[in-house]
Ligand binder design. Structure first.
Ligand code: HEM
Length: 160
């Protein structure tokens, strides 16, 4: 879909995200071994006042790692909401801000998480997406499995 012709007016602050991004990341957490991964994110205009989002990641040997999907909303000026489903049994409702300045757009979310009966315990998450031209840096922290809010992921992506 041609974003210029269909993008709902409320999504203008998110326009810099549209498309597919790919790059490498590193993960850590006090309870696990450090790891690295390749990540691909796609934000798609579906002709509605929200963007569809899908993320996929791979281990250095090419085998699939985490994936997630959801919707990115911009209901009011400066406000962003990220509604996410995790295959690991959690749902994340991220609420936060979108700030566009000069050539940089920053989105930040704190989330409430609801997990299924068998999911690992995740209490809250914090996400940040910084877009500067064709570069996107993502960071992710979580309070989970008895650990307070602690860094888990950072990746640097380029627009494909
Ligand atoms: C780029 C995306 C992600 C990658 C590549 C990734 C990778 C990993 C890896 C390799 C582990 C250790 C092995 C394992 O338990 O499977 C792990 C653990 C974990 N991750 Fe992530 N993860 C990602 C995103 C997330 C997200 C979005 C959440 C929460 C919503 C999350 C929550 C957890 C939890 C709860 C653990 C278990 C920690 C433990 O049991 O000690 N991860 N992750």
């Amino acid at each position: 879909m041609d974003p210029a012709s269909t993008l709902a007016p409320n999504l203008t602050p998110l326009a810099a995200l549209l498309g597919t991004w790919k790059g490498d990341g590193a993960g850590t957490y006090p309870t696990i071994d450090d790891f690295s991964y390749t990540e691909e994110l796609t934000f798609t205009d579906v002709g509605k006042p929200f963007l569809h989002y899908i993320q996929r990641t791979w281990a250095p040997n090419g085998s699939p790692m985490h994936t997630e999907t959801g919707y990115l909303r911009a209901p009011r000026d400066g406000v962003a909401e990220f509604v996410l489903a995790q295959p690991t049994g959690q749902t994340e409702l991220g609420e936060g801000t979108v700030v566009a300045e000069a050539d940089t757009v920053v989105l930040e979310f704190d989330s409430r998480v609801v997990g299924s009966a068998t999911a690992k315990e995740v209490v809250t998450t914090r996400r940040r997406y910084e877009i500067a031209g064709d570069r996107l840096v993502t960071t992710f922290a979580m309070a989970a499995v008895g650990v307070p809010l602690t860094h888990h992921l950072r990746a640097e992506l380029r627009r494909l």
